[in-house]
Design a binder for this molecule. Structure first.
Ligand code: ISL
Length: 560
């Protein structure tokens, strides 16, 4: 039945385990901490939780370097803790999506350790992409590819061979032409499905298959949606999304086989109740839509809001293009304003050119305007949550948290070049432990007050307990928006643009079949605009002046 396709309209909350809540007091978040705070998510009104990796890992890339896909890192707890977390979430009516990292393992994974101990040409090496080097004595890497994190994508081992890593050297890429690799990851899917998970977020879903022969690549340094200003001078980072290492046609066969694995677990007339969502930085959106097909994944992250400037025409274009690409394949749209890899959107939108820095804020940038950024973030949230489709909310955005833009160098852990160039705060600034209790040490993140990254002084005002029950707080805005979204069935609607408003206003009506829906007006200009005569305001992202106008940087939901 169509009702089992919960993901079509779901609001999915991303938990970043090391920074959500700490149960044991070591300053790093963990599964018992998450379980204890799940009622916060139920009260918020989200449908599902997606957890970034909690598997056994040396944590060189915060868990995106998996050493054992079937075990929990001791930092985060035990398998029993994972089972308890899943059970508690289900009790509270929340679906659970876990992160799968199939492009690469950790260099501490048993397979890679075996590969290092084995000879060139051995089956052990055949699970990864080991190659001989070029040049006299093979001293040059096998090709010219660059790692996404900076530097060459190849590292040499003592016997002279090189292995490929699109990310950190501690993240060797698997060889997805190897049937053993395919069987292993299918079995990992079954392992977690048996434990009751409702879906998987697939890391670097566009990277698994590389062009045969691993040819040199002479593309430009364009990141998805714009030139990456952090590219190191010694070389170039690959275009994240294109080139011989990304978006090869062969990935689709893999996802069809995974779809079949998930479907094995559908029971009682359910259809596709277990979901796959692709993290694929692929452009244009029509290419991305190829990951979302009836026999592949149900969703792909649509990252286009990360780079949309604060401009009504730009948002109308982004939204129109997103629906055009996804409607063509019958897929639900997805919307993302923040995640653990990008600058938190209140800070992005508080920059001089709002929205211009998805991947980090440079030391040379003027600091974001925190108040203006939050005002715009709340406005952006209100139109995102009204849009038909599914929305992803990154932990802390319901509190309005800004990026930590002044983390000292010596506490940062992100291995990407964004950090090693010392030009910007890298990805740690969006990964700071959440503030739960305004008056407590470490803002209640941990029973001991410890936090693995320091929290900005301004964060006491953002603590969950300081906002709960406070009219006009960001937390109450999210709760009200999610409750209304549910009662008005907004996620299931169709969208119609409304004429008759100034160009600076994003104006649409959204309604599901048989529902009244809502009218949404977002003023992205600099001056107030008149609200329609007799309009009944259901929800506003900021206080309205009461003179029948909609101020700049404010979104309203009106009775349709
Ligand atoms: O972080 C980025 C931009 O800010 C991206 O280029 C990111 O590296 C890319 O989205 C892939 O991300 C995923 O895989 C990485 C991991 O470091 C990221 O945290 C994860 O989201 C490698 O596993």
């Amino acid at each position: 039945s169509a009702t089992s396709e919960w993901w079509r309209t779901a609001v999915i909350y991303q938990v970043y385990p090391r920074s959500f809540a700490d149960g044991d007091g070591d300053g790093v978040g963990d599964l018992p901490g998450i379980t204890a705070r799940l009622p916060h998510l139920a009260a918020l009104g989200v449908d599902a939780v997606w957890l970034s990796p909690f598997y056994r890992s040396p944590q060189r890339d915060a868990g995106y370097d998996v050493a054992d896909y079937r075990d929990i890192d001791p930092l985060f707890g035990t398998l029993a803790d994972a089972d308890a977390m899943i059970a508690r979430a289900h009790d509270l009516g929340l679906k659970v999506v876990v992160d799968l990292v199939p492009n690469h393992t950790s260099s501490e994974h048993a397979w890679f350790q075996a590969a290092l101990a084995a000879a060139p040409g051995s089956p052990e090496r055949g699970r990864y992409l080991f190659r001989d080097g070029r040049g006299h004595g093979g001293v040059e890497p096998p090709n010219n590819w660059r790692s996404v994190f900076g530097g060459p994508a190849w590292t040499r081992v003592p016997d002279g061979q090189w292995y490929l890593h699109l990310f950190d050297s501690s993240q060797p890429d698997l060889d997805w032409t190897n049937p053993e690799v395919r069987a292993e990851i299918e079995d990992v899917l079954r392992f977690w499905l048996r434990r009751g998970v409702d879906g998987f977020r697939i890391d670097v879903a566009h990277g698994l298959v590389k062009e045969a022969g691993l040819p040199d690549w002479f593309g430009t340094v364009e990141m998805v949606s714009g030139t990456d200003p952090g590219a190191p001078e010694d070389g170039q980072s690959p275009a994240f999304g294109s080139g011989p290492m990304f978006d090869q046609d062969g990935v689709h066969e893999i996802y069809r086989s995974w779809r079949a694995v998930l479907d094995e677990f559908d029971a009682g007339g359910e259809r596709r109740s277990r979901a796959l969502v692709a993290e694929a930085w692929v452009e244009p959106l029509s290419r991305l839509a190829r990951y979302v097909r009836d026999d592949e994944m149900q969703q792909a992250f649509n990252f286009s809001f990360l780079t949309t400037l604060w401009d009504a025409a730009a948002y109308r274009r982004t939204i129109t293009e997103s629906y055009a690409a996804l409607d063509a394949v019958g897929a639900p749209a997805t919307w993302v304003l923040s995640n653990h890899d990008v600058v938190r959107h209140p800070s992005r939108l508080g920059l001089a050119v709002p929205g211009s820095r998805p991947n980090g804020i440079f030391a040379t940038d003027p600091q974001p305007d925190e108040e203006l950024g939050l005002r715009r973030a709340r406005a952006a949230t209100l139109f995102m949550l009204a849009l038909p489709g599914s929305a992803y909310v990154y932990q802390g955005e319901e509190l309005g948290l800004p990026e930590h833009t002044s983390l000292p160098d010596d506490v940062r852990e992100d291995p990407s070049y964004f950090r090693t160039l010392h030009e910007e705060a890298g990805r740690d600034g969006c990964r700071v432990p959440l503030p739960w209790v305004a008056g407590a040490p470490g803002l209640g993140f941990s029973p001991t007050g410890r936090t693995w990254l320091p929290q900005p002084a301004s964060w006491a005002a953002y603590a969950a307990d300081a906002q709960a029950g406070v009219a006009g707080s960001t937390l109450e805005l999210y709760r009200a928006a999610l409750a209304l979204r549910r009662s008005l069935a907004l996620g299931a609607g169709g969208l119609a643009w409304l004429d008759g408003f100034p160009d600076d206003v994003v104006a649409f009506r959204t309604a599901a079949a048989g529902e009244t829906g809502a009218v949404v007006l977002a003023n992205l200009g600099t001056t107030p605009v008149a609200l329609p005569d007799g309009a009944t305001v259901l929800l506003a992202s900021a206080d309205l002046p009461g003179d029948g106008t909609l101020p700049a940087d404010v979104t309203v939901w009106l009775e349709a």
